[in-house]
Design a binder for this molecule. Structure first.
Ligand code: PEP
Ligand code: MN
Length: 341
């Protein structure tokens, strides 16, 4: 739509799409609204829309992913987390940092982590309540008890809560507590979960699958948008390769590739991306340098005593250094990251 298009013009286009038996997806941007069409079995004549008031142009999308593509929406998407004027926004000038332990282990552990990451400037807190573990005998998370702790963390430290949902039924519970629903790497192609989070009103953090191509990654995001949830944050968290000096190979080249093809924001997880504490800081710096919109980092008050992923978790002091260095690199690129004094 043209920047000058009125809400009425947008509504009229959406109504016409629905009358044709298709689905309209109005996606507001900073300057203008893009409207995607899905459910059409074949091409639609652009002239059907080009004459309507407020329409700038009608484009046929050439890619298999439609709504996530820059062809449909040229402007970067901004994903607002929570309500209010102070709510963090992912994808704008401000870098977003999500930090906290791999899993919530106790109220005390969560509070100690939250206090330190908030003091260092993070505005979003991570912590698994339901953990998708490789072994059924490993710690599976505290479940609802952890969700209740996360509620307290939000209240007490003013942090937005990012936590994982592992299947569609589990999502009913998790979305009552989370500000952002995390879909883990192992679930990137759990299509029923993708559809379920696509019907949620909460933003989604979608992690790249362990061996997903860029196209598969974007198609997974397309599942979520196709259900009407346009608030998706992508996350590169490393892929499986022959390299054995890291747990995963962090594919930072995917950042500019995503930026070219999609309007969605993308952040980087240097913790799972490397699996080694000593590699987290250098790769976090590189992620900001390459143009990521933010980071998700595992931080534990006592990493050596963590019940999961301690070997890749930073202690709070290391996280403070990461924040300072990420902020400094961001400045060079016109990105800001507010640190607390
Ligand atoms: C996590 O964030 O703790 C996690 C399990 O990540 P991933 O799905 O990327 O392995
Ligand atoms: Mn983890």
């Amino acid at each position: 739509m043209k920047p000058s298009a009125s809400a009425e013009d947008v509504r009229a286009v959406c109504e016409k799409i629905e009358t044709m038996g298709f689905r309209a997806h109005p996606m507001p941007g900073a300057q203008r609204v893009a409207i995607g069409i899905t459910g059409n079995p074949g091409p639609i004549e652009p002239a059907e829309f080009e004459g309507m008031p407020g329409v700038a142009e009608a484009i046929r999308v050439s890619k298999p992913y439609k709504l996530v593509s820059r062809e449909v929406k040229q402007e970067d998407s901004l994903v607002r987390i929570g309500a209010g004027v102070e709510a963090p926004i992912v994808g704008g000038r401000e870098l977003a940092v999500i930090a906290g332990p791999c899993a919530i282990e106790s109220r005390d552990q969560a509070f100690r982590a939250a206090e330190r990451v908030a003091r260092a400037g993070a505005r979003l807190f991570r912590g698994g309540a339901f953990k998708p573990r490789t072994s059924p005998y490993s710690f599976q998370g505290l479940g609802q008890e952890a969700l209740e702790v996360l509620d307290e963390v939000r209240e007490r430290f003013g942090l937005g809560i990012v936590t994982e949902t592992i299947d569609p039924a589990n999502c009913d519970l998790v979305e009552q507590y989370a500000d952002v629903l995390q879909v883990g790497a192992r679930n990137m192609q759990n299509f029923s979960l993708l559809k379920r989070v696509g019907r949620s009103r909460k933003p989604v953090l979608l992690k790249r699958g362990l061996s997903a191509t860029l196209e598969e990654f974007l198609m997974a995001a397309e599942y979520i948008l196709s259900e009407g949830n346009y608030n998706v944050i992508l996350c590169e968290r490393g892929v499986r390769t022959f390299a054995d000096h890291t747990r995963n190979t962090l594919d930072l080249s995917v950042i500019p590739a995503v930026k070219r093809l999609s309007h969605l924001p993308i952040i980087v997880d240097p913790s799972h991306g490397t699996g080694k504490r000593n590699q987290v800081l250098p790769l976090a710096r590189a992620a900001i340098a390459v143009g990521a919109d933010g980071l998700i980092v595992e931080v534990h008050p006592e990493p050596d005593r963590a019940l999961s992923d301690g070997f890749q978790s930073l202690d709070p002091g290391q996280f403070e250094l990461l924040m300072r260095e990420a902020a400094a690199i961001g400045t060079v690129l016109g990105r800001s990251l507010t640190l607390n004094p």
